[in-house]
Design a protein around this ligand. Structure first.
Ligand code: ADP
Ligand code: GLC
Length: 471
């Protein structure tokens, strides 16, 4: 099939979280299976260093004004990536925010992106399917249905929409509607709601999260819309890109290893301890790598860690960047427990790999988790995921003491429940053979993109059929 991904992140070019990994993983697997897949995203400031080919001018009418942009071309691992260049909108240091707050003109930036993509599509051979990812691409569903259906190149092209995170909706005041050529609903223009209404098919990144989105509070006010599209709304679990996340070949690691020989994992742990001046005392090392936001469970993790660090022998390393109030508390933990705790603030992809490899346990006490990729990486790297059993985490981690356990799990979103799970982890770690059994089971898991991309292909076919039967 000829598929265009419309997205706002792509691993290897721009990444703030798992969206980038998922877009690349799926695109790579579709390409490997012989499909023609290309990707289009905004040319952010950091992408001006990326060499490009070609320059096509595209003009877009939006809210009664005319805007121009250029579309250039680059390539990531064989996949053609088109970059929409508009200096004022995208040539900023970060994609969505200034580090503290979302850019106030985000509705305009991403509405423009969507219209520019569709306008550009009218100059290309027809795509069989357009596949949008998250709120940044949601307006394309409306523009396609209302402004571009008459264009021969888009007359028969469905729009498949994947929700990677339903908590980010991009809501703005209704007076934005005219400027964006979008409908308002109730007292706001809600990008996510628009996609739920106008996309041909909708899916999210695990079955568990799909079911959660059908009811409040998980749906963040949109449950009625998810229910209305129930027949067109599915869950497809993300895969793990084992080309990029494989401890046997990972070039970011000081030593490689696999399930049969874990010597390299011990080296990875030692090196990380040395690098961050933690003693190599045979203590369990718990790690986390994440966006530092409420979603990732910092409200329960910080109090639980405070108690744990004060009372138990262990080490903890957290790598992340995000909300300042959590970061301050994490820095404070480093000050209070200098022998046991480190918070490394920042976004560092190489370190993320090293930390995955060094950990004995990987902490992911998320309040909600559409899929989660870090627990999949942790399974393969033998860092047992300790997760709250929600969304995609529940679908991918089997909690100890199940005979087929691959990690530790807990349910209640409270510091007490998390602390109990952390205690379980310490107990398991004491029993070397039990720990080893869980670790082997974890490392043997296979969440490759092969299963996922076949489900996406089926979804694309259904979307094509849906459109045909409507016409
Ligand atoms: P989410 O998409 O909600 O952030 P995922 O688990 O799906 O959660 O994916 C997170 C991705 O972002 C992983 O690849 C992870 O390694 C990466 N990541 C998150 N925070 C950082 C960071 N501070 N430095 C490097 N990589 C990070
Ligand atoms: C989102 C979700 C995460 C998911 C990722 C990729 O950022 O928070 O759970 O794994 O997208 O789909």
């Amino acid at each position: 099939m000829r598929i265009l991904f419309i997205c706002s992140e792509y691993e290897g070019l721009i990444k703030t979280g798992g969206l980038a990994d998922a877009c690349r993983g799926l695109a790579s697997s579709l390409l490997a299976a012989g499909h023609q897949v290309s990707v289009i995203l905004p040319r952010y400031g950091s992408l001006y260093q990326v060499p490009t080919r070609g320059e096509q001018s595209v003009f877009v009418d939006l809210g009664g004004k005319r805007f121009g942009c250029a579309v250039r071309q680059t390539e990531v691992a064989g996949v053609t990536v088109y970059l929409v260049e508009h200096h004022d909108f995208y040539a900023r240091a970060r994609p969505y925010d200034d580090g503290a707050q979302g850019y106030p003109d985000n509705p305009l930036r991403f509405a423009f992106f969507c219209k520019a993509v569709l306008q550009w599509c009218t100059t290309q051979p027809a795509f069989d399917v357009l596949h949008g990812h998250d709120w940044q691409t949601a307006p394309a569903a409306f523009y396609l249905a209302n402004y571009y259906r008459q264009q021969p190149e888009l007359a028969a092209t469905p729009f498949v929409f994947t929700i990677h995170n339903g908590a980010y909706q991009q809501q703005s005041a209704p007076d934005w509607a005219a400027q964006l050529d979008l409908p308002s609903h109730g007292n706001s223009v809600n990008f996510l709601q628009i996609a739920l209404q106008y996309a041909t098919k909708i899916n999210t990144v695990s079955q568990g999260y799909r079911d959660e989105l059908l009811t409040e509070p998980a749906a963040n006010g949109l449950a009625a819309w998810y229910q209305q599209r129930r027949e067109d709304f599915s869950g497809i679990l993300n895969g793990c890109d084992y080309q990029l996340w494989n401890p046997a070949t990972d070039t970011a690691l000081p030593a490689n290893y696999d399930a049969a020989d874990l010597a390299g994992k011990a080296t990875c742990k030692q090196q990380l301890q040395q690098q961050y001046q933690l003693a190599e005392a045979g203590l369990p090392l718990m790690v986390a790598v994440s966006r530092v936001t409420g979603q990732k469970g910092y409200d329960i993790m910080i109090p639980a860690l405070k108690y744990l660090l004060a009372n138990y022998p262990l080490q903890v390393i957290v790598v992340g960047s995000g909300e300042a109030h959590y970061c301050q508390q994490l820095h404070q933990l480093t000050v209070t427990f200098p022998d046991k705790f480190r918070f490394i603030e920042g976004f560092n992809e190489q370190l993320a790999h090293q930390v995955e490899a060094a950990g004995d346990f990987f902490l992911m006490p998320s309040l909600f988790e559409p899929c989660g990729l870090n627990q999949l990486y942790s399974l393969r790297y033998g860092s047992l995921p300790l997760v709250r059993l929600t969304g995609g985490l529940k679908d991918t981690v089997v909690p100890w003491p199940d005979n087929k356990a691959t990690g530790i799990g807990f349910v209640e979103p409270t510091p007490e429940a998390l602390l109990e799970a952390l205690r379980q982890a310490l107990t398991l770690y004491q029993d070397k053979s039990a720990y080893k059994k869980v670790q082997q089971c974890a490392m043997a898991q296979n969440f490759s993109w092969t299963a996922a991309f076949e489900q996406y292909l089926a979804l694309y076919q259904q979307a094509v059929q849906t459109l045909v039967s409507k016409q």
